[in-house]
Ligand binder design. Structure first.
Ligand SMILES: Cc1cc2nc3c(=O)[nH]c(=O)nc-3n(C[C@H](O)[C@H](O)[C@H](O)COP(=O)(O)OP(=O)(O)OC[C@H]3O[C@@H](n4cnc5c(N)ncnc54)[C@H](O)[C@@H]3O)c2cc1C
Length: 401
């Protein structure tokens, strides 16, 4: 019976890096991928340009992983963003850095990342089976049996790098890894859509299309305490834009909880109140909802002050002015939901990190079983963080077996 040192299930960035790093150490590795090509997600990443990582300095990079920072620390240290950039460039893939430190292939084509990995796999003489869907994994007498659509293979170690369930219709990622993890006794935390819009209970469709360059969002529930600022866009059903995308997994984790929007984060309540008072003096005959408050879009002001219909600025009392300022500083909405996880860019939630060794990425429950990449519950913001997480954790597995 032929026995491998490592069978890797899934040829995304996590599985690819694990295969390469294990081969570099001369391990007998077999990489199994259900699709006919490697790196389906890599190909569609970054709008077909593939944002591989980010140049943020290491401490800040890790901070973006919030409560998972400590879990990510050892594998990131061993193969961080700088090492990743060197790895690609020294092996022939030229890169470029764009706005906010986002790193892309210089050609701007994700297909070049796929070609790059195909070449490296050849270079390290990795055994790869494409169009090979793994159906079952079990373990007896220290040996894993991996049953696929083609055959049965055996190994001392198995890496589950099957990703999440996002974009399943394109990449056929239907969460097989979660199923196997559960069978081996692992906890799989609730799958939550991430990097997506959120739907609000209140009807904000009248604000659809309004973009605000800096809004502060505060959100508190039993699990999260968020206070962040950034660009926000109103949609037909709720909120979107970079700030909301990056916070989506937290907002969607506590449905029904309030979020507070501050449309004027650069000024305090007193300053906004004062400004509205001055506007009343300058434009006494204007309708209240036509006052140019804090340079905000007219449509937003009209919406927020719609119950002042027919009122002129001169009629506003001191208390009402304060109340109007409060609306723009603390606009309350509640989150009702989001798109299904299959339609989000990233799946947050997954194999609980509590049961996985953070250095080796080996299961604490089953010796020789490893997890890397999006199959783990960890998720990062947009900007190259999720691919880097997959690359670093994959690299660590190849060095651990
Ligand atoms: C549209 C889109 C754009 C994105 N853009 C970016 C970006 O620019 N930057 C960024 O950092 N992140 C981005 N992401 C997220 C990023 O692509 C993923 O987080 C990353 O690819 C996860 O890597 P992975 O190796 O863990 O899993 P995946 O890349 O999902 O790879 C898992 C692999 O396992 C295979 N597989 C699954 N089940 C089986 C089975 N039973 N048998 C055999 N093989 C199986 C799948 O076919 C797949 O190839 C984007 C995601 C999407 C959907």
């Amino acid at each position: 019976m032929e026995r491998f040192d490592l069978i890797v299930v899934g040829a995304g960035p996590a599985g690819l890096m694990a295969t390469i790093s294990a081969r570099k150490r001369n391990k007998r590795v077999l990489l199994l991928e259900q699709n006919r090509e490697i790196g389906c997600k890599l190909k569609i990443s970054g709008g077909g340009r593939c944002n591989l990582t980010n140049t943020l300095e290491p401490g800040e990079f890790l901070n973006r992983f919030k409560r998972w920072k400590n879990f990510f620390l050892p594998s990131f240290r061993a193969f961080d963003n700088q090492k990743t950039i060197r790895f690609f460039e020294e092996n022939g893939l030229a890169l470029k850095v764009e706005e906010s430190g986002r790193v892309f292939p210089k050609t701007g084509k994700s297909i070049d990342v796929i070609r790059f990995f195909s070449q490296i796999l050849k270079l390290v003489k990795a055994e790869v089976k494409l169009g090979c869907k793994v159906i079952e994994i079990d373990k007896a007498d220290d040996v894993f049996r991996v049953k696929s659509s083609r055959d049965e293979v055996y190994s001392s170690n198995v890496l589950i790098a099957t990703g999440g369930v996002s974009f399943a219709s394109k990449c056929h990622t239907r969460g097989d890894g979660f199923k196997w993890a559960k069978r081996f006794g692992h906890t799989v935390t609730r799958l939550v859509p991430h990097l997506c819009e959120v739907y609000t209970k209140e009807d904000v469709s009248g604000l659809r299309g309004i973009t605000l360059h800096k809004v502060r969002v505060k959100h508190r529930c039993e699990r999260h305490n968020i206070d962040e600022s950034g660009p926000l866009i109103f949609t037909d059903r709720g909120l979107s834009g970079p700030l909301i995308h990056n916070l989506s997994m937290y907002l969607l984790d506590c449905l029904g909880a309030w979020i507070i929007l501050d449309f004027v984060p650069h000024r305090n309540l007193g300053e906004v109140t004062q400004e509205i008072g001055q506007l009343r003096k300058i434009f006494p005959t204007r309708m209240v909802w036509n006052l140019p408050i804090a340079g905000l879009p007219e449509r937003l002001i009209k919406f927020v002050l719609r119950d002042f219909c027919g009122r002129r600025a001169a009629s506003l009392s001191k208390k009402e002015i304060q109340g109007i300022a409060e609306r723009f500083k603390h606009w309350k909405l509640s989150i009702e939901g989001g798109p299904p996880v299959e339609r989000a860019f990233v799946t947050a939630g997954g194999v609980s990190v509590e049961e996985v060794d953070r250095k080796k990425l080996e299961s604490k429950l089953v010796k020789g079983l490893f997890f890397a990449g999006e199959v783990l519950e960890v998720a990062g913001p947009s900007g190259g963080f999720n691919i880097q997480f997959a690359l670093s954790t994959g690299w660590a597995v190849g060095n651990a077996v």
